[in-house]
Ligand binder design. Structure first.
Ligand SMILES: NC(=O)C1=CN([C@@H]2O[C@H](COP(=O)(O)OP(=O)(O)OC[C@H]3O[C@@H](n4cnc5c(N)ncnc54)[C@H](O)[C@@H]3O)[C@@H](O)[C@H]2O)C=CC1
Ligand SMILES: O=C([O-])C1=[NH+]CCC1
Length: 317
């Protein structure tokens, strides 16, 4: 047993706010690092990445990641609620902790909202880079909340679409989204109107029943399905899940957490990392679904980028 007074206190963790994260994280830096990390994950080499499926109790998730070769030990803690009427708080709230992999002390406590928004949108953008049809012209977004904004930002930063459409639960929220985007988005009165003829479709809703039906989809379209991250929640119908070639961020995560996969009985063909490793084909010519559940690995890569930038900036001042 340790004698009293023999402990050395670790330095107090730094706290990095949402505004600081926003000023430090850029898609152009994040995307190549995420591609590298997704490829490492799919090789299942434990010296590169150990990242179990999220551990959950109702409304709370713990998302640890260890990257031995990169010296990264990290976890996100998050809550995802059905937003209470009248609450202005986001439906997904999170904090990312970076720990010293050698000693275990917490080095940084980082607001998770911008990280979650950007790394999720960046993963969807990687799926579109790999799987959307050549000469994609029309992007449709279903939902108009936090993820809708980050997805709009990265998709319009790295691709050029002739038309972007949005549908949301209420016309007013879709119009607020369009105003936020500077009016360059066509507000649609129904999900069907938004997705008919679209080449790329992003579903970012809190729906628990399908909002996107296979019968509306143009053959060869790519769907980045981001919501419905519980085993009994759906965004896509059985027809679409059975028709499409389905990719995921993590096969284990998809089989444990995705209602669209579990309840439709669809097979996950490959992970994005398998395409990046060249071990599975990217079926660009077919209708494809990327089922995103979100991975601790994506948070770890983003948080390391933020913490490294934060240290570089604060060591100069
Ligand atoms: N795959 C991943 O890595 C991540 C997934 N998510 C999930 O993405 C979804 C969107 O997240 P946020 O944008 O942060 O949420 P948010 O609360 O900011 O926005 C949700 C949007 O869904 C709409 N909506 C709610 N119920 C609906 C319904 N029954 N039918 C159609 N639209 C409905 C709302 O009007 C709103 O536009 C959530 O399901 C969330 O759990 C969030 C973060 C990461
Ligand atoms: O990975 C993530 O942060 C989330 N997945 C579902 C809700 C939040």
């Amino acid at each position: 047993m340790d004698r009293p007074g023999t402990h050395t206190m670790a330095a107090a963790p730094v706290v990095i706010s949402q505004d600081e994260v926003r000023s430090l994280l850029r898609y152009r830096d994040l995307i190549p690092r995420l591609e590298d990390a997704l490829a490492k994950f799919s090789r299942r080499d434990s010296a590169d990445v150990i990242q179990p499926v999220r551990s959950t109790v109702p409304y709370f998730g713990l998302m640890p990641t260890y990257m031995e070769n990169d010296g990264v030990l990290c976890t996100k803690v998050l809550c995802f609620y059905k937003r209470q009427a009248g609450s202005a708080l986001p439906s997904v709230q999170s904090t990312v902790l970076i720990l010293d992999p050698e000693y275990g002390n917490v080095q940084a406590v980082i607001d998770g909202e911008v990280i979650t928004g950007m790394r999720t949108a960046a993963a969807s953008a990687i799926s579109a880079k790999l799987l959307m049809p050549a000469r994609a012209e029309v992007l449709a977004i279903l939902g108009s909340g936090h993820q809708a904004r980050s997805h709009y930002s990265v998709f319009t930063e790295i691709f050029t679409f002739k038309e972007v459409r949005v549908w949301s639960q209420t016309r007013a929220s879709a119009e607020r989204f369009s105003d936020w985007a500077g009016g360059a988005v066509r507000v649609c009165g129904s999900a069907e109107e938004a997705v008919r003829g679209a080449d790329v479709i992003v579903t970012v809703t809190r729906a628990t029943e399908p909002v996107l039906l296979g019968q509306w989809i143009k053959p060869g379209a790519h769907v980045a399905a981001v919501g419905a991250c519980r085993p009994d929640w759906r965004e896509l119908d059985d027809a679409l899940m059975k028709e499409a070639v389905v990719y995921a961020d993590s096969k284990e995560g998809a089989k444990a957490e995705s209602g669209d996969i579990i309840l439709s009985g669809a097979e996950v063909f490959a992970e994005l990392g398998d395409i990046l490793n060249g071990t599975s084909p990217a079926h660009r010519e077919k209708t494809t679904v990327f089922k995103s559940l979100g991975m601790g690995l994506e948070d770890a890569v983003s948080a390391k980028l933020v913490f490294d930038r934060w240290r570089a900036k604060n060591s100069q001042t």
